[in-house]
Every structure is written in C-alpha cells, then in structure tokens.
Design a protein around this ligand. Structure first.
Ligand code: OSB
Ligand code: MG
Length: 367
C-alpha cells in the first residue's frame, strides 16, 4: 500500500486525577495521533511521547516534527506493508516513539484492509488478559490506602506503587499490611535511586513484591545486576530496554529477570513482539507497560498482551481510571481482566465527537 497523506493531530485529555511519579506530576495527557490515508483506507497510530523529555529523551512536539520532517518523506512513494516501515526508517537514529506511532498507523490501515485483527497478526493466544493499575505517589499513606482499596474493589489483578526516596518502605508496608499477602504488589521507581541505595532497596524483600521496576538510571545495567544479585525480589527493567538487543544484553548480564514491554519505547509493536520472543526463549516473563494511552494505544496494548509470554498483568487499566472522556469507546474491567479487541486492525476507531472535543491541532501532510 502507498500513503496518500498523513494527518498529525494533537489531543488533550484531562486525567481523572493527577498522576505523580518520581519524574513529576501529570494532570493532562497530551497525545499525538497519526492517521495514515491510502487507497486501502485509513489507519490510526498513537505516539506515547510526553510533553517533556523526562521519562524518555523524546517529547511530543519533537516527535511531531521528526515525523513530519523525516519520517513521512522516507515513506512517501514506497509500497508499504507493516514490516517495511521499520527498515524504511532504519537510517534515522533514535526516536522510537515517533517510529512506533507511524508503524502502528500503517499496521492498522493494512490489517483493516486484510480483515485481520492486530492480536491475530501478532500471534495472540488469549481473548482476555489480566490487568493491573499503576498507582501514583500520594499525598499521604492514608490517601494511598483509599486509592488502592478502590482499585482492589474494582477487581484489578495487580497493584503497582510508584516509589521514590522518602516514599518507599512505609507505603509498601502499609499496603501489604492493610490488604494482605494475597494481593499481587509491585513497585516502580522510574530511575529515582543510585547504587548507594542498594541496601535500602533490598529491604523491600520483606514485603513479598512480585517485582521492583527500574530503580536505577536507564544505562546502569551494572547497578541493576548488583541489586538483582542481593535481592530475592525479581528486578524488572522499563526505561533501560529500547530494543531486542538491549533486552538480550540485560538478561545476559543478570540485570533483570522480568521485562516491561512498551511498544513506544522500543520502536513499535513488531519490535515489542521480538522482545517477547527473545524473553520467552530465555524463560523471562514479560508484561505490557502503559503510557496513559488513549483508547487507540489501549486497544493495541491489549492485542500485544494477548501473546503467550505476557504472563504478568499489564499496566492496561480501564478507561475510567484515566479519563472521564476518551476519544474511543470506553474499555471496561471485568473480573480483573479486559477483552482483547478482535475486529480488524486495532479494533477501535476514534468516536468523531469525542475526537473533535479533544483535538487541539490538526495538520495534514500530503505524500
Ligand atoms: O514507568 O511505567 C511507567 C506512565 C507514564 C510514564 C511511565 C510510566 C507510566 C505508568 C502508567 O506507570 C501506566 C499506565 O498507563 O497505566
Ligand atoms: Mg515504569
């Protein structure tokens, strides 16, 4: 298929409640949507870059620029299928989130034309997947317990607590003591610690966590391996893993025994599947991370999470946990699980009125 035009659209979705991590506080999700138009029809992608380059070096305005300036010209005129996008953009270094958004839009368009769902295309084996919720740093332990109680009552299969120095052992202990050993509990530090904190972090072993996610800087595999060697709790990497090669290296060095896979961070759903395959071949469990996606990214993440190696619940929560009004139909939680879309492509489209209401800018680039 050939691209006729690409539409770049920014949307602003106010969050139901502020989301605080060791990197900062978010109250609105500004997202960049990529819509490809071809003779075969349309396809939608979502770029998970955030406003500021804090979680990753990418940021929303930069992603829109690199797509417009370099990626669309690199694809224009080519006879594309989804697997051709990565190689066609291969000479552009970095920018995995921008690449992932473009590939996602081509995947959606191509799969719609071929009447195939993303889950089927990727090799999904489940119609429903278990999901968890990522809980931000709270004002107080009491406020945290109220929030966790609400999510457990809703039926979430796992609770992830954001931590940072000064907000770690105490909130984790309080949640464990209040809700008991039956709750699957994890923590995510978003790189907030240093090697000197190793002894402190190892105290988390007392709370039966399913994993500790990304305590150290993205490039510091050494610190993660050192922690893994002295902790019983499995170490999981998020920010450190930007490709299948990274994942292989981290596993080989003992820096993680679980991998958080986010398609945006690794350059797309096809690279995400490669990491899944590699991890599975090494007996390493994976789970699908989240970036406060709109319903488009949520639909695609559910498809990815239906692959056999995704054995831990993902950060794919119901729409109501993020937004009062999303741009697609709402996704709902049912018995700790969510349904994997099974219609062609992503299986969802933006609802025109909701999309209009959220849109802050649109630009069409002809190919
Ligand atoms: O580290 O997993 C993370 C959101 C934005 C940036 C980084 C992260 C997160 C989350 C949210 O934890 C997960 C979700 O989308 O529910
Ligand atoms: Mg994380």
């Amino acid at each position: 298929m050939k691209l006729d035009a690409v539409e770049l659209r920014e949307v602003a979705l106010p969050l139901v409640s502020p989301f605080r991590t060791s990197l900062g506080t978010q109250t609105v999700r500004n997202a960049l949507l990529v819509r490809v138009l071809s003779e075969e029809g349309e396809g939608w992608g979502e770029c998970v870059a955030e406003d500021e380059p804090s979680y990753s070096p990418e940021y929303l305005a930069g992603a829109a620029d690199v797509i417009k300036r370099f990626m669309i010209p690199a694809l224009a005129g080519l006879d594309l299928d989804p697997a051709a996008v990565g190689p066609a953009l291969g000479r552009l270094r970095g920018h995995p989130m921008a690449k992932a958004a473009v590939e996602m839009a081509v995947l959606d368009c191509w799969l719609r034309a071929h009447r195939t769902s993303l889950a089927a295309h990727l090799g999904g084996v489940r119609r429903r997947v278990r999901v968890g919720v990522s809980v931000g740093i709270a004002e107080s332990v009491d406020a945290l317990l109220t929030t966790v109680d609400r999510h457990l009552s809703a039926g979430y299969a796992r609770i992830k607590l954001k931590i940072e120095p000064g907000w770690d052992l105490e909130p984790v202990r309080a949640v464990r003591e209040t809700f008991g050993d039956g709750v699957m509990l994890t923590v995510d530090a978003n790189t907030a610690y240093r090697l000197a904190d190793l002894r402190h972090l190892a105290k988390l072993d007392a709370y039966g966590l399913a994993l500790v996610e990304q305590p150290f800087a993205p490039g510091d595999l050494h610190a993660h391996a050192a922690l893994a060697a002295r902790m019983d709790t499995p170490v999981c990497l998020d920010e450190s893993i930007t490709s299948a090669e990274d994942a292989a290296e981290a596993i080989r060095r003992g820096a993680c025994s679980i991998v958080n896979i986010k398609p945006g961070r690794v350059g797309g759903y096809l690279e995400a599947r490669r990491i899944h395959d590699l991890a599975r071949a090494n007996g390493v469990p994976v789970w699908c991370g989240g970036m406060l996606e709109t319903g488009l990214g949520r639909a695609a993440n559910l498809a990815l999470a239906s692959l056999p190696g995704f054995t831990l619940p993902g950060d794919i929560s119901a729409t109501e946990r993020y937004y009062h009004r999303d741009i697609t139909r709402p996704f709902v939680l049912d018995g700790g699980e969510m349904a994997v879309p099974d219609s062609p492509g992503l299986g969802v489209l933006p609802e025109p009125a909701d999309l209009e209401a959220a849109t802050t800018s649109v630009e069409t680039v002809r190919c």
